[in-house]
Design a protein around this ligand. Structure first.
Ligand SMILES: NC(=O)c1ccc[n+]([C@@H]2O[C@H](COP(=O)([O-])OP(=O)(O)OC[C@H]3O[C@@H](n4cnc5c(N)ncnc54)[C@H](O)[C@@H]3O)[C@@H](O)[C@H]2O)c1
Length: 326
């Protein structure tokens, strides 16, 4: 198939492109390189079924030319990261809504399947666990920028559902904390990459707040498999949780990474107010119910946290050795 991956030079996008090429597809990777890295794509292969396009999903003319030639679009391009959300809400809101509107409108015109990348943040600070796809969104006040990313992604999801009713084949994947090689902490502060890098450099592992927050970390290969499965026709018009079902606290994660990387880094606690400014809010826990994905997509995450962390630690070690991580 001819496939467009937006955000193809990013963390999850580059792994998705790699897998699609292995499956024998023709892939266009569109990325504005704001956080993506050309290096991630050139690492993959010099493959004559792969074209890299440096451009933006806000460029409708460029998008039209690409979408016309494709059967499927995986739309991963986005502006994310808690730091961005707090410090640059306009960039987050516009960066997540404008491009998605373009993609959906053009895909609808050309009847091209879309798989849209959403997030577990959609559920906000809902405390009823695990989250099912029809669980409620519980968010703080709009004056708190923290919620603008979740809100922008929710508008994107509303757009997807509205276009689905108009006949667009579109499905939504909601990622739960993906981690793995090519996630770089300098971009937007993924906690796994931040901890691994600090542990390998024997620097302090900084825990925001008390470390009791619970997350389900998902190895990127498992996130990619769920994404590809969402191409399935039966997934049209629906959202799916894509993530591991095994919760761990942030403090537990810090200890695990320290142990697996044989590090002597101290663990230090930094209040939210110092990390992200006054009034910051977070969700205490995020755990997915993935039974819908199991049933419809035959989705099953297979990489354990220990296994995935070991692969990631090895990758970061090589990057640090080669001076590739800032
Ligand atoms: N990593 C996670 O745990 C996670 C969790 C939930 C949702 N997601 C979603 O998954 C997708 C991929 O995230 P990621 O973790 O790989 O982040 P990433 O920052 O590595 O990837 C996003 C990519 O989009 C590109 N991009 C940004 N704006 C663009 C534009 N206007 N035009 C073209 N390209 C643009 C960036 O350069 C980058 O390569 C995003 O939609 C994100 O919201 C990720």
């Amino acid at each position: 198939m001819n496939i467009l991956v937006t955000g193809g030079a990013g963390f999850i996008g580059s792994h998705l492109v790699e897998k699609l090429l292995k499956m024998g597809h023709f892939v266009w990777s569109l990325d504005d390189m704001s956080t993506g890295r050309m290096q991630f794509l050139s690492e993959i292969t010099e493959n004559n079924r792969h074209s890299i396009i440096h451009g933006s999903v806000t460029d409708k003319y460029l998008l039209r030319g690409l979408i016309e030639r494709c059967e499927v679009v995986f739309h991963l391009a986005a502006v994310l990261g808690v730091k961005n959300t707090v410090e640059n809400p306009l960039k987050v809101i516009e960066g997540n809504i404008d491009g998605t509107r373009n993609i959906l409108e053009l895909a609808h015109q050309h009847h091209v399947k879309v798989v849209f990348s959403s997030t577990s943040e959609i559920y906000g600070r809902n405390t009823k666990l695990p989250f099912r796809e029809d669980s409620e969104r519980v968010l703080g006040a709009p004056s708190i920028h923290r919620w603008c990313y979740a809100t922008a992604k929710a508008i994107d999801e509303h757009l997807c559902f509205a276009y689905a009713e108009k006949g667009l084949p579109v499905s939504i994947v909601r990622y739960f904390n993906a981690y793995g090689p090519r996630q770089t902490s300098s971009q937007y502060g993924g906690v796994v990459s931040r901890f691994i890098k600090a542990a390998l450099l024997n620097q302090p592992l900084e825990i925001h707040s008390d470390g009791s927050q619970v997350r389900c970390f998902t190895f990127v290969g498992d996130s990619v498999d769920g994404t590809i499965a969402a191409m399935n026709e039966q997934a049209n018009g629906q959202a799916f949780n894509i993530g591991s079902e095994h919760p761990i606290t942030i403090l537990g994660l810090a200890h695990k990474i320290r142990e697996l990387s044989a590090s002597s880094s101290p663990i230090v606690y930094v209040p939210y107010s110092k990390a992200y400014g006054a009034g910051y809010e977070d969700m205490p826990a995020r755990v997915p119910d993935i039974s819908k994905g199991r049933r419809i997509l035959h989705y099953e995450p297979v990489v354990s946290l220990d296994e995935g962390l070991k692969i990631s630690i090895d990758w970061y070690k090589h990057q640090l050795k080669d001076g590739r991580l800032s």
